[in-house]
Design a protein around this ligand. Structure first.
Ligand code: PRP
Ligand code: URA
Length: 209
């Protein structure tokens, strides 16, 4: 089964609590999503490969570690996943950024794909898929299936809030993917919204609706 990491860090939990508050406005919401992504990214990227390189300090030459391998890819699921990109780019500025466009059909709650553009070649890259919300899991499952169809292999998925139903579905559909969750919430409601959740993440990040 997938490896699931549920974040317990007080800073992340504090910031998530502010996100949940319906009185938190768009500006603050957007900044917090970026900050949480950066804090979660610090944990999620603790297995990035490194290599020893020679560097000359003002005192002497030494061998020291730097990130190795092909540049990482960050792939937000549009729209809301975009809010997490800058936070991760602050950690790994050389990353490439792909995009997958999906929206949930309001009646069926199943994802409808409208865009996919990934950095090429994708095969050897570590790929971090971002979306603040893992509800039924349909969007994340489809996005990761698309990435695999294009040849992606080393995939991590990062979300801020997950419902147990979506987490289970994602683990079953993609057991090879490492899943990083900011907070595991109670359940989905009959409209497939996460409870207590934070509402519609895309609308709150972009100030729509
Ligand atoms: C939201 C969210 C996820 C999806 C989660 O996107 O950002 O992508 O729903 O739900 P699921 O796990 O049941 O698939 P939405 O479809 O509202 O699109 P948006 O980001 O463009 O607002
Ligand atoms: N998408 C959201 O933005 N919020 C939810 O609670 C569920 C899906």
């Amino acid at each position: 089964m997938s490896k699931v990491y549920i974040n317990k860090h007080p800073l992340v939990q504090h910031k998530i609590s502010i996100l949940r508050d319906k009185n938190t406005g768009t500006n603050e919401f957007r900044s917090l999503v970026g900050e949480i992504a950066m804090l979660m990214g610090y944990e999620a990227l603790n297995d990035l490969p490194t290599e020893e390189v020679e560097v000359e300090t003002p005192l002497e030459k030494c061998m020291t570690e730097m990130i190795s391998g092909r540049k990482m890819a960050i792939v937000p699921i549009l729209r809301a996943g975009l809010g997490m990109v800058d936070g991760i780019l602050q950690l790994v500025p050389a990353s490439k950024v792909g995009h997958i466009g999906l929206y949930r059909d309001e009646e069926t709650h199943t994802p409808v794909e409208y865009y996919c553009k990934l950095p090429s070649p994708i095969e050897e890259r570590i790929i971090v898929v971002t979306d603040p919300m893992l509800a039924t899991g349909g969007s994340a499952i489809d996005a990761i299936s698309q990435i695999k169809k294009h040849g992606g292999k080393k995939i991590k998925f990062m979300c801020i809030i997950a419902a147990p139903e979506g987490l289970k579905a994602l683990e079953e559909a993609h057991p090879d993917v490492q899943i990083y969750v900011g907070h595991l919430d109670r359940q989905l409601n009959s409209d497939a919204y996460i409870c207590p959740g934070l509402g519609d993440a895309g609308d709150r990040i972009f100030g729509t609706k």
